[in-house]
Design a binder for this molecule. Structure first.
Ligand SMILES: [Zn+2]
Length: 669
């Protein structure tokens, strides 16, 4: 334990040093003017990702959300205007910084590197450790955030406000708060440094294969026993060798009892039995990569099937709260303190395994059981932290409301390819059930607040169905704005490689990347840029108009529907990060989205796809005006059209702090 603490403090130092540096630079740029106002009480903000207002309206009308109805009666309920585009990393960054994306630099889930064109995660990344030849640690792994701009709780912290920031999406690494604590949520990767990579372990697989966030691991029984090696974190010593990516393994012995419909699992740390449909407790694993460097993880098993071929699921390998890969709490020891309080807990930011549900690995019932358990856990932490007091500002967030919408919309839209009456009967109210839980949490929090406390409940955007997917890169090729190597007939051209490797950059003027972004191949900005800067605006306008006018598809049973509601340009954004803005930002009509292959730089033969994926609800590339979130407040909100950038300013104001001049939001009360 003593050694663990030492490791934590070294990492703490690295992260803390980074945040202080950034804070100084940004503080210097913004002028950082704050002056005292009257402090009116404490502020509690509860965030629920992706709650759709029209469903909330219906449930309120049916009397199903009594606590939110009470909150509305006490104060206010309105639509919350959100960012362009209405994607979680963008919207939560605007929530934190009270700025449009031009001020924080997050415009999409992905951002491309103009030197390589390769898309990566927009909000940040986690680096590998650097090891010396003898295996000692030269540089520990670190998390890097690409977000610019200070959070409003960092501003409050400078004024002595005590905050508790619990699981707020895309706030990672944690802020170094002088007076507060923080545990990070969405954005914290697994120990493979991916959003989430889980494991499907089955007799039906022939070889190890990774497919979109799920590693398929073959199970071969010799008699009743199978020995498997589950690939864990990347082996740091071999990570830089070309084509030699190797993972440290977790040996597991599986003994099947086919008659008893159960299995026994033996890991290096634990032995236990699992019945079909049962979750294991948390399993700890240690990957000793060198004598002085180990990676620690936790995961859980779930037994899917025994009789019809053993099929076992294991969650992604998550940061161990006692000895995390990179610290995800502030102070660093807070993550361990929480584990000491409640036992091991889910630490990965992408908390619900949508990958495994999509690939028919994890059944709907297991997914929903996990949703229930995880929501309850976060509720417990939140209520306990409120009970403990010692705070002026508390923010806590849940992402289940968004994930259930994404995965279960197919049972609420009769026009979706995967809609079935039986499915609708079983899971048609999965989202409402999640909203009932949200209401319950809100009620419990309300019961703990005093009359002076300000309570805000928000969602960052809404959600709708997903029926049609569009490859904007295929459209750019067909219309002469992009060219694939050696393919002169652009009407037939298509590629197979990801990350734009098929593109002929000498003949490409524009390319689509991420979920809603198009960039010009601009001379002086992109490595092989060909578009002269003086021609950029005219080209942006030409592409915008053509897309708006020409791109039509069958939608909601009607033919030839223009699929774009709006297309924005880089001029939409202002701020110190405006130069990172996409040249065009797509905003589709409800029901349409950019297809994933396009987001990854692949030109498919077909331009349109009828969506037949369990990922059946979406919002991420729709128009912000069609995807508002919700905001409830226990005070009357003055004025109309509250925006997500307003909430932090409202909180600061209530806490008696004038927002810095670079904050764009307005105080709502
Ligand atoms: Zn979402």
């Amino acid at each position: 334990m003593e050694r663990n603490r030492k490791t934590i403090s070294r990492r703490w130092f690295v992260i803390a040093g980074l945040s202080v540096g950034v804070a100084l630079i940004i503080g210097g740029m913004s002028g950082c003017g704050t002056e005292p106002l009257e402090r009116r009480g404490r502020v509690v903000i509860l965030g629920f990702d992706g709650v759709e207002p029209t469903i909330v309206d219906k449930m309120l009308a049916a009397g199903e959300l009594p606590n939110l109805a009470g909150l509305r009666k006490q104060g206010n309920y309105q639509r919350l205007n959100t960012t362009i585009p209405p994607q979680s990393p963008v919207a939560w960054a605007s929530f934190a910084t009270c700025k449009n994306p031009g001020g924080h630099g997050i415009y999409d889930f992905f951002r491309r590197d103009p030197a390589t064109y390769i898309p990566g995660q927009a909000f940040g990344e986690t680096t590998l450790a650097t090891l010396a030849a003898d295996g000692s640690v030269v540089k520990p792994p670190a998390s890097i955030s690409n977000r610019q701009g200070r959070s409003f709780w960092a501003v409050a912290d400078e004024q002595g406000i005590r905050s508790k920031i619990l699981n707020v999406p895309f706030v990672y690494p944690p802020d170094r708060l002088q007076h507060g604590l923080m545990i990070c949520g969405l954005g914290v990767p697994d120990i493979r440094r991916t959003t989430s990579t889980s494991f499907s372990i089955s007799e039906k697989y022939q070889r190890i294969r990774t497919n979109s966030g799920v590693v398929q691991v073959p199970l071969r029984f010799d008699g009743d026993v199978a020995h498997i090696n589950i690939p864990g974190p990347m082996d740091t010593r071999r990570a830089t060798e070309p084509n030699k990516r190797a993972y440290s393994a977790m040996p597991v012995a599986v003994t099947v009892d086919r008659i008893g419909d159960q299995i026994a699992i033996e890991t290096e740390e634990k032995s236990f039995t699992l019945r079909k449909g049962e979750w294991s407790d948390w399993i700890e694993s240690t990957y000793q990569q060198t004598p002085s460097y180990a990676v620690h993880a936790i995961s859980r098993f779930y037994l899917i099937e025994v009789m019809d071929g053993v099929h076992l699921y294991m969650t992604c390998l998550q940061f161990h709260p006692h000895n995390p890969y990179v610290s995800f709490s502030w102070p660093p020891e807070y993550s361990a303190e929480v584990a000491d309080r409640y036992g091991l807990y889910k630490t990965v930011g992408w908390a619900y395994d949508t990958h495994s549900l999509r690939q028919d690995v994890l059944p709907e019932t297991a997914f929903l059981a996990d949703v229930k358990r995880t929501m309850a856990w976060r509720e417990r932490l939140t209520l306990d932290e409120i009970d403990k007091g010692n705070f002026d500002l508390l923010i806590s967030a849940w992402t289940a409301t968004d994930r259930v919408a994404h995965m279960f919309w197919r049972f609420r839209d009769r026009g979706h390819a995967l809609y079935t009456p039986e499915g609708a009967e079983r899971f048609g109210r999965a989202l409402e059930d999640t909203y009932l839980k949200m209401d319950d949490i809100v009620g419990k929090v309300m019961g703990k607040l005093s009359d002076d406390d300000l309570l805000l409940v928000l969602s960052d955007h809404g959600c709708s169905t997903l029926q049609v997917e569009f490859n904007v890169n295929t459209w750019l090729v067909r219309n002469g704005y992009a060219t694939l190597k050696g393919q002169e007939d652009r009407s037939q051209a298509f590629g197979t490689q990801s990350f734009f490797r098929d593109f002929d950059w000498e003949k490409t003027k524009a390319y689509g990347t991420g979920i809603s972004s198009i960039y010009l191949n601009l001379r002086g900005r992109e490595r092989n840029g060909i578009v002269p800067p003086e021609e950029a605006d005219a080209l942006i306008e030409e592409i915008r108009q053509k897309l708006m006018r020409d791109v039509k598809a069958r939608l909601y049973g009607a033919e030839n529907v223009a699929i774009f509601k709006a297309i924005y340009t880089r001029h939409e954004y202002t701020g110190t990060a405006a130069d990172l803005a996409p040249d065009l930002v797509l905003a589709y009509r409800k029901g349409v989205k950019t297809v994933k292959s396009s987001a990854m730089g692949i030109v498919t033969k077909e331009m349109f796809f009828r969506s037949a994926d369990k990922w059946s609800g979406d919002h991420s590339a729709n128009d912000a005006s069609d995807m508002p979130g919700i905001v409830f407040c226990n005070r009357r909100i003055s004025g109309k059209k509250p925006h997500i950038v307003d909430l932090g300013v409202t909180a600061l104001n209530y806490l008696g702090i004038k927002a810095p001049p670079d904050f764009e939001g307005k105080a709502l009360i």
